[in-house]
Design a protein around this ligand. Structure first.
Ligand code: UDP
Length: 457
């Protein structure tokens, strides 16, 4: 962080940016990384955050924080229905956000506030900021290819793909090549109409705002970007992968178990499969047991993140098969939460079994780690399809999550020639990531454009 501080002082622009992350782990991480990037380029940073999943300001001494009441009832804050959580946050935060932003603008005497940078899933922010004469740039924390699929949901409904019929799962979706019907990013919710409303409002805001920042890079998503630009005529800034602009920094809401790093130090290079399904995905007990048996039967070393809450209606490891720990002791380690970026960069890691959240997908690609894809819902389905069929750096576990398939996928990835091919391709992509972040690389250039654009407001 000292380096960031130094470059901030050297480049100090006397302009302040207000950032508003969506309070979910997979959205907080990229927004904080973006804050670090823009701070290192000389901007001052103010972050507005909610009481729900609040950030700890003492972890970010260079930023200014303002907390707003989100007004969520206890039952609303603890719901597993992500759609309803997001909708409630959007309804209840409008007034507190408007009041906070208005006050910040009134008090901004020493440094002008250039713009608001809001997660696009906060669908009301552009309109509120416009009312206060402040431009808004939105951050989309997912891939462009998944954004395209979300934006096309109404079309897919009109064309009869939705609701999804079990007999059509393997059919191609011609409008969204190479997706299959089973990849359409549905999210389970008790109120599907609220999901569609959320997506419509998000897309509307993305069209109305002054620009969109993507945690992606041109070499990876050029085709998707071209398609998107036909419909979304706003400046686009692909400046990712954000986390590679600096050495690993953490904005984890949960304490990371660092013991796994010293355990990895004792393992052979490229030998360990890292297994993690992110901060939200949930599986049932039967699936958890198949995963456990697959890991045990594969005989490969593994580091497995079992987040409390991963298995529906379980506290933590109770559903593990009897004798699992004895069977795998020595070659397997289970933790509740890991320092993931550091884990993926560790030389002992040879594969990543992931749910394909966008952050995890990018983090794996950036370290040249080939994947096993087990998407759970939403954008993960699309990321997994691209990882396996377009970028061809992963094995898609798409049919029957049973121990036999899992054992075979792990062996294919970790010990067979197929895994070696995937590894070479992933390392190739890693090379392109490294280039895009250097001097005249696309993400570096786009970042310069973004800075000049913000300074032009
Ligand atoms: N993560 C972590 N430790 C873990 C598992 C995940 O720090 O044990 C981080 C991971 O590095 C990533 C984020 O949590 O930045 C998860 O985001 P992603 O978009 O992959 O998935 P989500 O949690 O939103 O489903």
């Amino acid at each position: 962080m000292e380096n960031i501080r130094e470059s901030h002082m050297q480049l100090k622009k006397g302009h302040r940016l207000i950032l508003f992350p969506l309070p979910l782990q997979g959205h907080i991480n990229p927004m904080i990384q973006l804050a670090n990037i823009l701070y290192s380029k000389g901007f001052s940073i103010t972050i507005i955050h909610t009481n729900f999943n609040p950030l700890n300001p003492s972890n970010y001494p260079y930023f200014t924080f303002h907390s707003i009441p989100d007004g969520l009832l206890e039952c609303e804050a603890s719901t597993e229905d992500l759609t309803l959580l997001i909708s409630n946050l959007n309804v209840k935060c409008v007034e507190p956000f408007r009041n906070c932003l208005a006050k910040l603008l009134l008090d901004a005497l020493d440094e002008p506030i250039s713009c608001l940078i809001s997660d696009v899933v906060w669908w009301f922010t552009e309109e509120v900021a416009k009312g206060l004469k402040l431009p808004t740039i939105v951050l989309r924390t997912n891939s462009i290819c998944s954004f395209l699929a979300f934006a096309a949901l109404q079309l897919l409904l009109d064309k009869g793909y939705l609701p999804i019929q079990a007999c059509r799962l393997e059919e191609p979706v011609h409008e969204l090549h190479p997706l299959k019907v089973k990849d359409i990013p549905v999210i389970k919710t008790s109120k599907p109409e609220v999901l569609q409303e959320t997506i419509n409002k998000m897309a509307k805001q993305a069209k109305a705002c002054s620009g969109i920042i993507w945690n992606s890079f041109e070499e990876l998503e050029r085709d998707a970007l071209t398609t998107l630009a036909k419909d979304f005529v706003v400046p686009m800034f692909l400046i990712g992968p954000f986390h590679k602009h600096f050495p690993a920094s953490s904005s984890s809401l949960v304490t990371q178990d660092r013991n796994c790093i010293s355990w990895l130090d004792t393992q052979a290079p490229n030998s360990v499969l890292y297994v993690s399904f992110g901060s939200i995905a949930a599986i049932n007990e039967a699936e958890f047991q198949e995963i456990a048996w697959g890991l045990a039967n594969s005989k490969q070393p593994f580091l497995w993140v079992v987040r409390p809450g991963l298995v529906n209606s379980s506290e933590w490891l109770e559903p593990l098969p009897d004798g699992f720990l004895e069977m795998t002791g020595g070659r397997g380690l289970i933790v509740k939460w890991a320092p993931q970026q550091e884990v993926l960069a560790h030389p002992a890691i040879g594969g990543f079994w992931t749910h394909n959240g966008w952050n995890s997908t990018l983090e794996g690609l950036c370290e040249g780690v080939p994947m096993i894809c087990l998407p759970n819902f939403g954008d993960q389905l699309i990321n997994a399809r691209y990882v396996s069929n377009v970028w061809r750096v992963g094995i898609h576990l798409e049919n029957n999550l049973d121990r036999g398939n899992i054992e075979s996928a792990i062996k294919r990835l970790m010990v067979e020639a197929e895994g070696q091919e995937l590894r070479i391709r992933t390392l190739n992509l890693k090379g392109r990531v490294d280039l895009c972040l250097r001097g005249k690389g696309s993400s570096c250039q786009n970042l310069e454009h973004l800075i000049n654009y913000i300074l032009s407001f």
